[in-house]
Design a protein around this ligand. Sequence first.
Ligand SMILES: Cc1ncc(COP(=O)(O)O)c(C=O)c1O
Length: 403
Amino acid sequence: MEIISKEKLALFGGEPVRSREKKWMTWPIYGEEERRALNEVLESGKWWYGDRVKTFEQEYAAFQDARHCITASSGTTALEVCLQSLGLEPGDEVIVPAYTFIATASAVVRSGGIPVFVDVDETWNIDLKAVEKAMTAKTRAIIPVHFGGRICDMDALRQLASEKGISIIEDACHSWGGKWKGKGTGALGLGGVFSFQMSKNITSGEGGAITTDDDAFAETVRSITNCGRGGDGVWYGHVRVGTNVRMTEFQAAILSAQLTRLEAQTLLRERNGKILDENLSKIEGLTVQPGDPRITRRAYHLYCLRVDADRFGCSRKRLVEAAQAEGLPLSVGYGMPLYKQPAFSQSKNAERYAHCSCPVAEDLCYKSGMWLFHTILLGTEQDMQDIVNVFAKIKENVRELAE
Ligand SMILES: Cc1ncc(COP(=O)(O)O)c(C=O)c1O
């Protein structure tokens, strides 16, 4: 790839690499399929938990190579249902990464457990050595997050968990279509959770799903999502205390239409992600999120990279300001590790979280982590060239950014 550098940084009045007129791909992507399907549901008079939901569940289970898919109202509620299915007792612990969206951990609290935060490693995923150290007699589950779509080392994690009889619930809310050694994410542990919220790579505005290969787990999950009903179809028969997080026919109709594009979009993001990896990793001071040959298909929800301020020549703050001025919507991501969020640091378990220290997660939050949103990866090769040019131009003029 040819690297074109423009003389003056846009931050100081130079011409930006991307002018305002040159748009990145916008999200969500939809078409006639969604419009037609929505109209059909509208006019059918059956708006709720019917054939469309069943069909989407079958399609999505097949897409993720899982035996079962049970839909839910969001990724958050899907996580809560999975944890409720485990029947956590007071004092039970669930190991979660400190660098993730709050739902990974809040679901644990809402299901009666205690989240135990551990650090991530250079993959941006849960650090397996830290997981091993954090395991106690009270550990009931581990929730790995395939961060940005980069799948965790599921071989090592499964071995670690199975030795101790601990369940793995994958937070696959960034990993639609991801495959580990040819098998889809979401059923690599006991169960996995997906989000279809607006920003996600397949969306119905809000929505979620649980996938699993375990028949008994699937039955419990189904029951909990549907008011604790049993499998006998008795409408006012409730075999356990559940909740209502059912999906509507409108959501399922949109999702089935979205699913027809997901594979091609996943492959395009993967191809563009490789172009960025190859070129950005040549720029001193930038480190891209590393892959793993066992990831046979990588879904990108985020394109993640880190800056080492000393080696790059300026702080992340200045780099991001400069990139945004060049027309690249680069973000710094989470502002703090989860244990610093008041939801935990000012909770009744505050004492526990006051002692948390996850240096890699803190470094990602405060100093080095940067994200590009997945839609950017749906662009052309020229778009990828522009991204590389933005970083190359900033690097070349980095002295101007010194603070
Ligand atoms: C890693 C992760 N887990 C869970 C969720 C929760 O999904 P939802 O927004 O559908 O509740 C999200 C959403 O951003 C997420 O990023």
